[in-house]
Write a protein that binds this ligand. Structure first.
Ligand code: ADP
Ligand code: MG
Length: 302
């Protein structure tokens, strides 16, 4: 029987890590990624897609900054929405028949402590003088020794994927859906009950765990550029983690095996999903087909 599988695509599925990829390169990367997704759909699985947008948002921010004297810079939530649309169209063209992209908002708490201590670096490195100029405009920048200065923003916890009901309706109608790209456009509920965007980014892996529950996925596949999570990553004792229990993976996590800005959120997303009875797999994009039959990647849950 087919699974209802949520695939969270890493940035490497869309572009190179540095954001320098040309539109053609990005399109080709999406086309490659979609051949793997199409194979799953052909095999009878119901697929829900979500994706990262780090390099794309970085490029939009840079354009904002360079053109600030000519065109008013747009807020970060607008950049997120723009990347959902552009990446979404590439996916539509690559995947074709009966695919829909849902512009998606993710509810976050205005009181989330992340807003008091922004730690998520976004965009490119700048000189100290440039960083000071943006700080005067109210942004927070941090020095990264040996690399330069980079803007940091809040990465609050995703509470709810607000447009998941639209995705569910489309799924019921037989559509493969693309939902909560870039973790979703972060919005908060104001005192008067209205919703508004905020200067923040939501981690796409953390959002994927919330989305997986909302769309009742049976399997969460976190597709990245390594075949599995690794214990002792980058050390001589490195060893890939295969099938594990929630408890075992938590123990690796607590022992500090997963870097906070990269593998950390993937493991946390996998754990949160598995703790509620789902199966989660962390593996590389090329392996997502095998991820459903077993034998590859880091597998946690039933
Ligand atoms: P994505 O674009 O898919 O979100 P990330 O760069 O955020 O990719 O995360 C994947 C990266 O995490 C890998 O390329 C690897 O360099 C890094 N990483 C950090 N710690 C680990 C670990 N313990 N095991 C495997 N990869 C790790
Ligand atoms: Mg990542």
């Amino acid at each position: 029987m087919g699974e209802r599988v949520l695939i969270a695509l890493g940035g490497n599925a869309m572009t190179g890590p540095d954001g320098n990829a040309s539109p053609d390169d990005q399109r080709q990367a999406v086309e490659r990624a979609m051949t793997h997704v199409a194979a799953l759909i052909s095999a009878g699985h119901q697929v829900i897609l979500t994706h990262g947008n780090g390099p794309q948002v970085g490029n939009l921010l840079l354009k904002n900054q360079l053109a600030a004297d000519v065109v008013p810079p747009v807020p970060l939530d607008w950049c997120g929405a723009q990347t959902q649309a552009t990446i979404g169209v590439l996916i539509l063209n690559a995947l074709g028949h009966r695919t829909a992209v849902v512009v998606t908002r993710t509810l976050v708490d205005a009181g989330d402590p992340a807003f008091l201590d922004p730690v998520k670096p976004i965009g490119r490195y700048f000189t100290e003088a440039e960083a000071r100029r943006f700080e005067e405009l109210g942004q927070t920048w941090r020095a990264f020794p040996g690399k330069g200065h980079r803007r940091v923003v809040a990465s609050p916890e995703p509470l709810e994927i607000l447009d998941a009901p639209a995705a569910l309706a489309l799924m019921d109608a037989g559509f493969t859906v693309v939902v909560a790209g870039g973790g979703g456009v972060p919005v908060v509920r104001r005192a008067d009950g209205s919703l508004g965007g905020v200067e923040a980014v939501v981690d796409k892996d953390t959002a994927a765990a919330v989305l997986a529950r909302a769309v009742q996925a049976t399997v969460l596949v976190v597709a990245t550029d390594v075949p599995s999570a690794v214990a002792g990553y980058g050390t001589p004792d490195a060893r890939p983690i295969g099938r594990v229990t929630v408890g075992e993976l938590r123990a690796f996590q607590e022992a500090g095996h997963f870097a906070s800005g990269s593998m950390g959120p993937k493991v946390e997303a996998a754990l949160r999903f598995a703790e509620r009875g789902g199966r989660a797999v962390i593996t590389s994009l090329e392996h997502i087909g095998e991820a459903l039959t077993g034998g590859v990647g880091t597998v946690v849950g039933r």
